[in-house]
Design a binder for this molecule. Structure first.
Ligand code: MN
Length: 232
């Protein structure tokens, strides 16, 4: 078997404490999954069913611990926002996964930024158009290494925060997720058959805002280190 052109490289994220890497299949993202963020975006945070959008796997921008990644400011936007998120990495696939078994499908957790062309998203919302250009652009998913759960604990609580140029912008706690990681996996697996390699961006807390070229974003979740990204 030969190809008419070389297949694209496998997108892979390093795993903490291992020489093996995590090959990314799909990126799913949860919308409005913290109450105060739903409110700041103009929505009533009643517990309506979760909703999802996607990013292409090759939107991943891997940033090693201790390094500062470089996020190219995307074209055709004048309002690019950060959204700091806990990312769940799926290690075992399935569909219609029961909530009480869902965490058994998680291989590990990572820090992620759901970078967003907010102006294009607002226009898409107004016109009833898809969000792909707002959410799924190149390099729109900066991510740190994956911390395997192993025999350790799942990330059910702990601070989630982000600062820009040293000034704190977002701070909440993962326990404030409207739909927990387990509930999200259970629901998402009724829509799609999950597979190993899927990443789930679980949503961002309140305090989202714009960045400009030269800004340095620094974000974290307790136990997962820090993610540092400069806008270039
Ligand atoms: Mn998001």
């Amino acid at each position: 078997m030969s190809y008419v052109f070389a297949p694209p490289p496998v997108v892979a994220v390093p795993v903490v404490g291992s020489s093996e890497t995590f090959a990314v299949r799909r990126i799913y993202c949860v919308g409005r999954n913290y109450e105060a963020h739903a409110r700041e975006m103009g929505h009533d945070p009643d517990r309506e069913p979760p909703f999802f959008f996607g990013k292409p796997a090759d939107a991943v921008l891997y940033v090693a611990p201790g390094e500062t990644g470089e996020f190219p400011y995307p074209s055709l936007s004048k309002n690019v926002h950060f959204e700091m998120e806990l990312v769940a990495a799926i290690g075992k696939g399935g569909k219609n996964i029961p909530e009480d078994a869902a965490l058994g499908h998680v291989y590990g957790y990572a820090l992620g930024l759901d970078m967003t062309r907010r102006d294009l998203q607002a226009e898409a919302k107004k016109l009833g158009r898809p969000w792909d250009t707002a959410k799924g652009f190149d390099h729109s998913a900066p991510i740190g290494p994956i911390h395997p759960v192993g025999s350790g604990a799942h990330v059910g609580q702990g601070a989630i925060w982000l600062s820009v140029n040293g000034e704190e912008k977002q701070r909440s706690d993962v326990s404030q997720l409207i739909w927990s990681v387990a509930e999200t996996i259970a629901y998402l697996s009724t829509l799609f058959e999950l597979q190993p390699g899927d990443l789930i961006f679980t949503g961002t807390p309140e305090g989202v805002g714009a960045v400009v070229k030269g800004d340095v974003m620094q974000g974290g979740v307790d136990g997962l280190g820090e993610l540092n990204v400069r806008v270039i």
